[in-house]
Each structure stands twice: as structure tokens, then as C-alpha cells.
Design a protein around this ligand. Structure first.
Ligand SMILES: C[S@@+](CC[C@H](N)C(=O)[O-])C[C@H]1O[C@@H](n2cnc3c(N)ncnc32)[C@H](O)[C@@H]1O
Length: 357
């Protein structure tokens, strides 16, 4: 969507995770550097002044719904984050919603980096005891440096989009919800999507990944947990294994090893098929749909995503027009887990309507 704005093409994005929606809205809303700078200065001034006073009084109000707060954060981090939460979430100092959202995104990254969770992990895991005892996150320092680097990025984006007399770029609309249910107001000429890579046992568990930040931003624990369940839940009775023979073979192989894993893989592919069908529905007749997919393993069995997605797209009357492959240059997750490689390469598959010549 950022590239769409820069190239002056209107775009629409759909995302189920509220934190993903917040980040996308911030990344697609150019902010005037001067106004942003003065908001940042005002916030930091107030924050550092409250830190000084409250350190002395040690009377910080901690209002966060999290059962294991002290497991995931050290007491000093909780206190310093709670002051920020008050300034950004409970009684925001900033009145401009777009700037406030920018500041919340910076807060969200601060929470992740100040937490006791391990960086580069498959799931949410606490630091090993030796690392935990040495872990002394400097919340004000982290927040300040994240603010500064995001401020520079935003300035670069603003200059790219709004300089030369223009005050805004192309329209970018970010919709929150499950793409199988969300009403997208217009059809698209080009769709670019990276569908979820799998159910949460074998791939990125998006809810877990964003959980700590979302709790500090005021979301309820139960709603966050639902994020990892919802995408795999099928809305209809579509049987993806009947559409793709490759998939049905893979599911049989997994079933021989573990019945429950076969069930979750089946549910994941049923929902993926529905997601692709809903996406295809909003494509203009002469449009192109590009999918970024990675191949993962379940109980040691490789899931041939490219072939399965191809079978789905053929069923949706789409024909392949290009396939690119690339090594993922940088990733948050490890490249290898206990038994197999995680997703280190991804494929970009482009499809067009069968009727297109
Ligand atoms: C592989 S990530 C891609 C993230 C981002 N769109 C990008 O391209 O960098 C998949 C994203 O799809 C979202 N997602 C999963 N199922 C969804 C659904 N049914 N509707 C909307 N978003 C969904 C997840 O929350 C996650 O952010």
C-alpha cells in the first residue's frame, strides 16, 4: 500500500489483526514532519517529567488486563510502560488521531522489545533464566530511539508523497476484519496478498506474536486469543481436499502420523480456499492476482503450497502467468526449528482470469 501511494494508485488493504490494521494505517498516512516533531517533543517532555516524579513517589497506576504481567515484564519495565500507557491509551495527551496512532505504533514496538520474550522465536517464549537475569530494558531509551527512527522514516515518506505542491498521495483504505466477511467497496485491477502461512501450530501465530503489545494497547486477552483461532475456522462447508488431489494426498500422509494435525491442516486449507475465493471475487475481469506463499512442514511432511494453491486457483478459473521465487533476506523467526527448516524461501505466483487473452 505504501508503494501504491508513492506511485499514486489508490489501494485497499484488508487485515484481521487490529495491531496490523493500526500499523498499516500509520504507514499509509503521511504526517507533516513539523507537526509530528512538536507532538513528539511534547510527549517526551511530559513522559520524562512523570518518570522523574513517579520514580520518587513509586505510585504508578497499573491498569492492564494480563494474567501473567510479571512473568512477561520486569517491575521497572511495567512501571515505565504504565506511564506511557496512561499518556497514549488511557488519557491521551495527543488530540490528533493520526499522530496518536503513530505514537501508539512506537509504543507497541517498545513493549515488544522491553518484554521478557525471546527475539527470533517461533512462539511467545520467555528468555532463558541466565539471559532473563541480565535483561534490564531501558524503556524510556527504547521508546525515544524508536520514535526518532520512525520519525525519520515518516519524514522520508512524507517528502516522497507530499512534496512538490501536493498535499496528499493516492487514497489508501485499510479495512479491519476477516477478508471472507469484509465488504470491499470496489473491485481491484491488481491484488497482492500474502495469505497466512498456516495454522498457528506450525507457522506464525499472529495473535501470540502481537499479544503483549496489544494488551498494553488496551485489547482484551480473549479477543487476542481469538485471532489465532479465527482464520482457520471455515465459514462454509468447502472441502479443499476435494479440490486439490495433492492436498488430499498430503493430509492422508499426515493423518497416518497424527490425526489431530491432519484435522488442523484440513481446516487451515478449507479457510485458505475460502479466503482466495473471496479475494478472487473482488478482482476486475482483466485483473491480476499475485500471491506470496511459503512451503512449511507439518509432522515432518512438506506442504507443497505452490501446487495446492495452483489447484485452488484453477478451480477459481484463474490461469498462471508468472512464478518468481526468492530467498527471504531477513526474518524474525529462526531459519530452522528442532526438526526441519522453517520458511526461508517464498514464491510469488501471478494469476489472471482464464478469459483474459
Ligand atoms: C503472511 S502475513 C502478511 C502480512 C502483510 N499483509 C504483509 O504482506 O506483510 C498474513 C496476514 O494475514 C492476516 N490474516 C490471516 N487471515 C486473515 C483473514 N481471513 N482475513 C484478513 N486477514 C487475515 C494475518 O493477521 C497476517 O497479518
Amino acid at each position: 500500500m505504501v508503494e501504491s501511494i508513492i506511485t499514486k494508485n489508490p489501494s485497499i488493504g484488508v487485515e484481521i489483526n487490529p495491531l496490523g490494521v493500526l500499523i498499516s494505517r500509520v504507514k499509509t498516512t503521511p504526517l507533516k514532519p513539523r507537526e509530528l516533531e512538536s507532538s513528539i517533543c511534547r510527549l517526551l517532555k511530559e513522559y520524562y517529567s512523570r518518570l522523574g516524579v513517579l520514580h520518587l513517589e513509586s505510585g504508578v497506576h497499573i491498569d492492564i488486563e494480563c494474567d501473567r504481567l510479571r512473568y512477561w515484564f520486569k517491575p521497572a519495565a511495567i512501571r515505565d510502560l504504565a506511564i506511557l500507557k496512561e499518556l497514549l491509551v488511557d488519557c491521551p495527551l495527543e488530540q490528533d488521531q493520526a499522530i496518536l496512532d503513530f505514537l501508539k505504533v512506537c509504543f507497541s514496538e517498545t513493549v515488544r522489545r522491553a518484554s521478557n520474550s525471546r527475539a527470533g522465536q517461533f512462539k511467545l517464549h520467555r528468555l532463558a533464566p541466565d539471559k532473563l537475569s541480565r535483561h534490564r530494558p531501558d524503556v524510556p531509551g527504547l521508546f525515544t530511539s524508536i520514535l526518532l527512527s520512525n520519525y525519520h522514516r515518516m519524514t522520508e515518506f512524507y517528502n516522497c508523497v507530499c512534496l512538490g505542491g501536493q498535499t496528499e498521495g493516492a487514497r489508501a483504505l485499510v479495512l479491519e476484519g476477516d477478508n471472507r466477511e469484509v465488504d470491499v467497496p470496489e473491485k481491484a485491477d491488481l491484488i497482492l496478498t500474502s495469505p497466512h502461512y498456516g495454522d498457528n501450530k506450525t507457522s506464525i501465530s499472529y495473535g501470540q506474536f502481537s499479544k503483549l503489545s496489544m494488551l498494553w494497547l488496551g485489547y482484551k486477552e480473549e479477543d487476542i486469543r481469538r485471532l489465532d483461532r479465527r482464520p482457520s475456522k471455515s465459514c462454509t462447508n468447502t472441502s479443499a481436499a476435494q479440490i486439490s488431489r495433492t492436498l488430499s494426498g498430503v493430509v492422508d500422509k499426515i493423518r497416518r502420523k497424527k490425526e489431530s494435525r491432519a484435522r488442523s491442516v484440513t481446516a487451515y486449507f478449507d479457510s485458505l480456499y475460502e479466503s482466495l475465493a473471496a479475494t478472487r471475487y473482488i478482482l476486475n475481469q482483466r485483473g491480476i492476482m499475485c500471491l506470496v506463499v511459503g512451503e512449511r512442514h507439518v509432522t515432518g511432511t512438506r506442504i507443497p503450497m505452490v501446487k495446492v494453491v495452483h489447484d485452488f486457483m484453477m478451480d477459481l478459473r484463474m490461469k498462471p502467468i508468472a512464478k518468481l521465487s526468492r530467498a527471504i533476506p531477513r526474518k524474525y523467526l529462526p531459519r530452522q526449528n528442532d526438526t526441519v527448516e522453517t520458511i526461508n524461501r517464498e514464491f510469488i505466483l501471478a494469476y489472471a482470469d482464464c478469459a483474459r487473452s
